[in-house]
Design a protein around this ligand. Sequence first.
Ligand code: ZN
Length: 463
Amino acid sequence: MRIQFHGAARTTTGSMHLLDVNGSRILLDCGLYQGKRKEAFERNRHLPFDPGMVDLCLLSHAHIDHSGNLPTLVKRGFAGPVFATPATCDLCEIMLLDSAHLQVKDVEYVNRKRAAQGQRLFEPLYEEPDVRATLKRMRPLPYDTPREVADGVRVTYHDAGHILGSALMVLTLRENGAVRRLLFTGDMGRKHMPILRDPTVIGRVDCLLTESTYGDRLHPPGEDVKAKLAELVGKVAERGSRLVIPAFSVGRTQQVLYFLHQLWKEKRIRDVPVYVDSPLSTKATAVYDRHPECYDRELLDLLRNRQDPFGAGRVTYVTDVADSKRLNEMRGPVIILSASGMCEAGRILHHLKHSVDDARNVILIVGFQAEHTLGRRLVEHLSPIRIFGERHELRAEVHSVQALSAHADRDELLAYFRAMGTPVPRAFVVHGEPPAAEAMGAALREMGVADVTVPASGDVAEW
Ligand SMILES: [Zn+2]
């Protein structure tokens, strides 16, 4: 077997690795590289191999940094199947269409500047027809169902506990009379998270290809997100004000809705109207509704009792722009969930604009906020802030919780590998910034893994 690391090597985006087994070329993930615009533009456009020579693709989950360059692959000549769990197939439809829309908008913005300077204009990375062609190539492969996908190559998807449909994949490879097993983690989720089942513990494998996003960090212990949410809903109910929650459309939005549902059920909060103001979040929640095969026991019990965990009846989903604007005039108390999660674009900016300067309002940050984002400035209480170029005093209360991270931290990853049994003989560490990937590599060596590599982009390993 030969493997070449083409993305998410010493970085966390653009997941893409090419396997060569018995002459079949198998792509593991085909993610979009996200970073500085110029570099991302070049890397995403120029795939480092001939897409026409790739036989098939195995997709771990729908996050854009794992799936987002599939339309480029198809546009450039890939004609094979893309295997993914049924929920991942459905999420890819809405997320890749959204991504195409963003690609078109981004190029329009760049081209306006280039046209003014008399420079050559660019084409979008891909457009809606490329996404439609990609969706036709997708083949649903349910969890725990082995499938022979190429000569001597069998793949089984297992729960990863990361987002709806996310999978750990085990490849059983028969080559030159030997049978070996490879585990690719995709993105490793966590135990005891709402909605999803815990990651499935796989038995012994011969080779590990693991992510390392939090390879050098631990999540803060003992944070009670539900209690925090109850406290903040109580505050806005009493004050007649707003609770604004910027949240990623897939995963975080549904987790918050599920917690709110539990709090209502337990009579720990008053009946405050909730609005989910994002077309993508609305569509993503509909996909969550359609895939109970991904749910944990607790959520299945709720469904058996005819309860709606994502709140139809109590929650209003807003897709229309005029309805979205009307929310700004609404008297409180009210809870508004909107995208984007880092407050960099989208409808959340309008809600923040109408909320930040009133000390009675509350903003709750529920996800990681990258440097130089408005979300990070909010978390750090850096007033004044700028929204749409206008200056605003930050008077609203800002709270943040970190316990909803969808990635296993260092100790959670290591505990998972220990639970697999004797140390794996060979490991490749990907999908982490260099310090995180190196730290995970060192920890694996300490655990007794004999051969650990932290590959750079373009590196090749024979195995
Ligand atoms: Zn992910």
